[in-house]
Design a protein around this ligand. Structure first.
Ligand SMILES: Nc1ncnc2c1ncn2[C@@H]1O[C@H](COP(=O)(O)OP(=O)(O)OP(=O)(O)O)[C@@H](O)[C@H]1O
Ligand SMILES: [Mg+2]
Length: 141
């Protein structure tokens, strides 16, 4: 018998853009194969992880000692088939949803996160930095 996958799993990634595909593939596989949740939900989690991890790489500083080794992604299986995504980074600046014009390439990531999640937000992280979290797939949320 195979060992059941834990309800909460975390992974530390190097603070570089090459980590984004690693994080999203890991997330998809965990949700679909590890937890056996629907492929559609696994695909949504994959997209949210891609946007939040690329933000952690691009917008948060990586010079502070404790996060110099990377950013942390936590995935948790919630009640009723929901999934919680957390990305911990070292920056105190909070994400801001933008309203990009037609000619602007950037500023759409959090719009995608908003569209795919029931709710998302940020929490402080000690001793500094923040956690950007998002909840997906919970029908009661
Ligand atoms: N982890 C973060 N730390 C600090 N600031 C952030 C973080 N994530 C997002 N932001 C801020 O919120 C803004 C909006 O993020 P969003 O992902 O929507 O757009 P973007 O990253 O600028 O572009 P895109 O995701 O379309 O490539 C960013 O431009 C940045 O100023
Ligand atoms: Mg972004």
């Amino acid at each position: 018998m195979t060992k059941p996958t834990a309800d909460q799993v975390q992974n530390l990634f190097r603070p570089q853009l090459e980590s984004v595909p690693l994080a999203r593939h890991w997330a998809r596989q965990l949700v679909a194969d590890g937890w056996g949740l629907p492929d559609g939900l696994a695909g949504d989690v994959e997209l949210v992880v891609a946007e939040l991890t690329s933000n952690a790489v691009r917008h948060a500083p990586h010079s502070r000692a404790t996060m110099a080794r990377g950013f942390l992604v936590v995935l948790a299986r919630e009640a009723r088939g929901g999934v919680r995504v957390e990305v911990h980074d070292a920056g105190d600046e909070r994400p801001r949803v933008r309203t990009p014009g037609d000619d602007q390439e950037r500023g759409r990531g959090l719009c995608i996160v908003e569209a795919l999640t029931h709710t998302w937000g940020t929490s402080p992280r000690l001793p500094f930095g923040k956690i950007v979290w998002a909840l997906l797939g919970d029908p009661a949320a």
